[in-house]
Design a binder for this molecule. Structure first.
Ligand code: NDP
Ligand code: 8X3
Length: 247
């Protein structure tokens, strides 16, 4: 029987590319997000891979629990959990920040990761692997990034705490920290302002979602005694969160 990977935020960007990469590595999939039609299209695209779609908002604990509780029998043993769902909302000084944006980031990036992990962990056995998608932003603050950086710093510390707490169960826990990846991330951050979003990646070769997915695929397919615990992955044109080389 195939191993099962459970991927949050698979309707776009890094999560979607990770679903494709893990399908290619022989996993069957549980793919989740809020945009059902995109997840259904991905499941169709991966026709040779048994794929189950779950639609929920990671911020809604009852919805997370109900979705995971409703998994069909063939998908009730989870070998790999990719906690990827998340976004930045806004970019501005703390004293003019929008509390709705703060809620979206802290509830989605932090509490959502907790809710999903809590729901999935009972389905995970010895040898399981959890990959949390953090960010370079969780390891250095940058101007106007305040709450997004804080949310990803929380992911960094939760990853370490989870690794300690899940050691007795033989479950590995890792954090992948990307720099600039060209996805829908900046469109979401800038609330649909396409020009501003495109400007983030102008004049440099950002990472592609597939670059991060390839790394995740490598990490989760190591032998059971190997735990790649933390990786920073940057475009060659990036040296720090806001230090980039544009040509
Ligand atoms: P995208 O915007 O392309 O994808 C975000 C994914 O998360 C979507 O599938 C979205 O699905 C899902 N998602 C967001 N909020 C929720 C929610 N409340 N409930 C359920 N699903 C949600 O961005 P990326 O692929 O770039 O982002 C993926 C992760 O990578 C995020 O955690 C992000 O912080 C992190 N990251 C991104 C970097 C980048 O430069 N792009 C760099 C470092 C880290 P849907 O809208 O269908 O719900
Ligand atoms: C996303 C990367 O640098 O835009 O986490 O915060 S950054």
């Amino acid at each position: 029987m195939k191993k099962t990977a459970f991927i949050t935020g698979a309707s776009s960007g890094i999560g979607r590319a990770t679903a494709v990469a893990l399908a290619a590595a022989g996993y069957q999939l549980v793919i989740t997000g809020r945009r059902c039609e995109r997840l259904d299209a991905l499941a169709q695209e991966l026709a040779l891979t048994p794929t189950h779609v779950l639609t929920f908002d990671v911020r809604e604990r009852a919805a997370v629990d109900a979705a995971v509780a409703g998994l069909p029998a063939d998908f009730q043993q989870i070998d790999v959990l990719i906690n990827n769902a998340g976004n930045a909302h806004g970019l501005g000084p703390i004293d003019s920040g929008d509390p709705a944006d703060w809620d979206a980031m802290l509830d989605g990036n932090v509490k959502g990761l907790l809710y999903v992990s809590r729901a999935v962990l009972p389905l995970m056995g010895e040898g399981g692997f959890i990959v949390n998608i953090g960010s370079i932003a969780g390891h250095e603050a940058y101007a106007n990034g305040n709450v997004y950086c804080a949310s990803k710093a929380a992911v960094a510390m939760l990853t370490r705490g989870m690794r300690l707490d899940l050691l007795p169960r033989g479950i590995r826990v890792a954090e992948v920290n990307p720099g600039l990846v060209e996805t829908e991330f900046s469109q979401v951050r800038f609330k649909g302002d396409e020009a501003r979003a495109a400007g983030v990646y102008q004049g440099l070769q950002a990472l592609r979602a597939e670059d991060v997915a390839e790394l995740i695929q490598f990490m989760v397919t190591r032998p059971p005694h190997v735990q790649i615990a933390e990786v920073l992955i940057l475009p060659s044109a990036q040296a720090a969160a806001t230090t980039v080389r544009r040509t």
